[in-house]
Ligand binder design. Structure first.
Ligand code: BEZ
Length: 219
């Protein structure tokens, strides 16, 4: 199966959505984007996920991110289902568009096909896929979850912050990093370059090898 993966440029696809006809590049503009699929409308885990995405929409907007949902149900179904999502998540409105992909073209192009899940007619269904796309329209991070497992939007915010810090500062983020924690200086920088780039200073972990590759700073 062809698969969109890290570093690939997303296609400039066009689709019907709850916000009318959308051309993806026009909609995203120069922003970051999160494109996420779900197996189907009127299903339990999906209802909780799209509600949580609505609840976190302000967090993503603050970080300059456009959200795009997607499943193979049609726009009328998405609109009807949105009433359930909003009722289940009081105080939250689904302000992001949900694309319709009845002929399964988009989920194939975006590597969002679940190999196991099928609808009652035997048609393919989307996995819980999520791509974070940079302003250059390239995939920076992908999550691929099966239908059984809902995504954690705190994790989506966390990895987005990591990506945005790495894009801005020549840093990387360690295991279990959270926003506000120290970051690690990119190993591509020498200590001399690091001193210039991080005048606030950095701490080097004292390792048995005595190699100085694990250097923490705050940005
Ligand atoms: C759900 O959203 O709960 C779901 C959707 C498709 C298959 C299984 C579960």
């Amino acid at each position: 199966m062809p698969g969109l993966t890290l570093g690939d440029t997303i296609p400039d696809l066009e689709a019907d959505s709850t916000h009318g006809r959308i051309k993806l590049y026009d909609y995203i503009g120069d922003s970051w984007a999160i494109i996420f699929s779900h197996p189907g409308d009127f299903t339990p885990v999906c209802t909780t996920e799209l509600g949580k995405m609505a609840a976190y929409a302000k967090e993503f907007e603050k970080r300059g991110v456009k959200l795009v949902g997607l499943s193979c149900d049609d726009v009328q179904s998405h609109k009807e289902w949105t009433k359930d999502i909003e009722a289940y998540t009081p105080g939250c409105k689904v302000t992001y568009p949900i694309l319709a992909d009845s002929n399964r073209e988009i989920i194939k192009q975006l590597n969002m096909v679940d190999p196991d899940e099928k609808d009652s007619s035997g048609n393919q269904l989307p996995s819980r896929a999520l791509h974070i796309v940079g302003p250059d329209k390239k995939v920076k991070l992908s999550l691929l979850y099966p239908a059984s497992t809902g995504r954690n939007m705190d994790e989506v915010v966390r990895v987005l912050e990591s990506l945005q810090k790495a894009a801005k500062h020549k840093v990387v983020t360690p295991a279990n990093w959270k926003p506000g924690d120290p970051v690690v200086i990119s190993p591509s920088l020498s200590n001399e370059q690091a001193k210039e780039m991080f005048p606030q200073g950095f701490e080097t972990a004292d390792l048995p090898s005595k190699k100085d590759y694990l250097r923490f700073t705050k940005v």
